[in-house]
Design a protein around this ligand. Structure first.
Ligand SMILES: Cc1cc2nc3c(=O)[nH]c(=O)nc-3n(C[C@H](O)[C@H](O)[C@H](O)COP(=O)(O)O)c2cc1C
Length: 325
């Protein structure tokens, strides 16, 4: 029996629109699922567990309505939970995932078997994000169904490993679903991720620049204007290494010296500014380099499908040329 997630074969493209703090909400999730790709959001995008439950009810009812009206089965949706002692909502939010049978739970920071078992109890799946082999091994031991390999250049708390080595390293011991994350912004990138050995592509930054995201207009504009070297990897903003747009760092008065700090800057005390990580200092991955528009999700998925198909067809043609004796 295959150990890969069953739902993949029913998607319109092998894509998960990744959960993003302050960016993803019901509108984005529902639109992704209607278009056949997995939509997700962080539970913490709602300030309370009550608010989180409201979103779950809204998403489920809109997707049920869609299925009733069109006869088409939407893609499953997912929720991101921070599994860490500093998240006081974890227990309540896990219970809500169980109550509403959330199809996919994406855990970050901690992979613990209690959470995995709770989600498995109703048939849900757990994918866990990692940036290195050691974390992947621990998550595999906890029984997760998939590993999200967050490679160098990704938006948010990115890793610093090359995706090729990360995929190979993890595939040596993990035979369930492999999801690749980091700079995947085009249909060709999705095809490349699969060629590299992933089962699914995990796309964040590209979905900031959709009409359904919660990103302010200025943020999307900054993504369009940025190139890969306008993305700065630093621990000084959130306390953990993450990628941020240089222009938003500059606007907040963060200097190059500040960026070298190995700890979170106290913006108020040290820089006398009200700047806030994620809210006014904006994160994006190096995949900005191929993003030059803001699209509705339906149009973006269509474009991704065309790019994916073209890339595979082009690659297939290579067989007429290589390998040679
Ligand atoms: C603005 C922003 C916020 C993010 N917030 C979260 C989050 O709350 N939880 C999480 O697991 N990952 C978060 N991520 C990481 C994404 O889920 C995903 O791994 C990453 O965006 C993929 O790389 P890409 O942006 O290069 O496509 C965030 C990324 C961005 C850009």
């Amino acid at each position: 029996m295959s150990e890969k997630a069953e739902f993949i074969k029913d998607l319109s493209l092998p894509v998960i629109a990744a959960p993003m703090f302050l960016i993803s909400g019901p509108k984005l999730v529902v639109e992704c699922c209607k278009n056949g790709i997995v939509g997700t959001f962080p539970a913490l995008n709602q300030r309370t567990s009550e608010g989180f439950e409201e979103w779950l009810i809204q998403i489920k009812s809109e997707l049920e309505q869609f299925e009733k009206e069109t006869g088409k089965k939407p893609a499953p949706f997912g929720v991101n939970l921070i599994v860490h002692p500093t998240n006081p909502r974890l227990e309540a939010d896990v219970k809500l995932c169980m109550k509403h049978k959330v199809p996919l739970v994406i855990t970050s920071l901690g992979a613990v078997s209690q959470v995995v078992n709770a989600i498995h109890s109703y048939g849900g799946l757990v994918f866990h994000d990692i940036i290195k082999k050691r974390h992947a091994e621990k998550a595999a031991e906890a029984g997760v169904d998939g590993l999200i390999l967050v490679s160098a250049g990704a938006g948010g708390h990115a890793g610093n490993l090359n995706p090729m080595s990360l995929v190979h390293e993890v595939k040596k011991f993990f035979h369930k679903t492999i999801i690749l994350s980091g700079c995947i912004s085009t249909g060709q990138d999705i095809a490349t991720a699969l060629q590299m050995g992933a089962d699914l592509a995990y796309m964040g930054t590209r979905f900031i620049n959709t009409e359904e995201s919660k990103a302010p207009e200025e943020y999307r504009k900054m993504i369009i204007e940025a190139g890969a070297s306008d993305v700065i990897y630093t621990a000084a903003i959130s306390g953990v290494h993450a990628n941020f747009l240089a222009a938003s760092l500059k606007a907040a008065g963060v200097s190059e010296e500040d960026l070298k700090k190995d700890r979170k800057i106290d913006f108020g005390k040290e820089l006398n500014t009200e700047a806030k990580a994620w809210k006014t200092i904006w994160s994006a991955g190096q995949g900005v380099t191929t993003i030059d528009d803001v699209l509705p999700v339906s149009k973006l998925v269509k474009t991704l499908k065309t790019g994916f198909k073209n890339a595979i067809e082009e690659q297939y043609k290579l067989l007429e040329v290589f390998p040679k004796n």
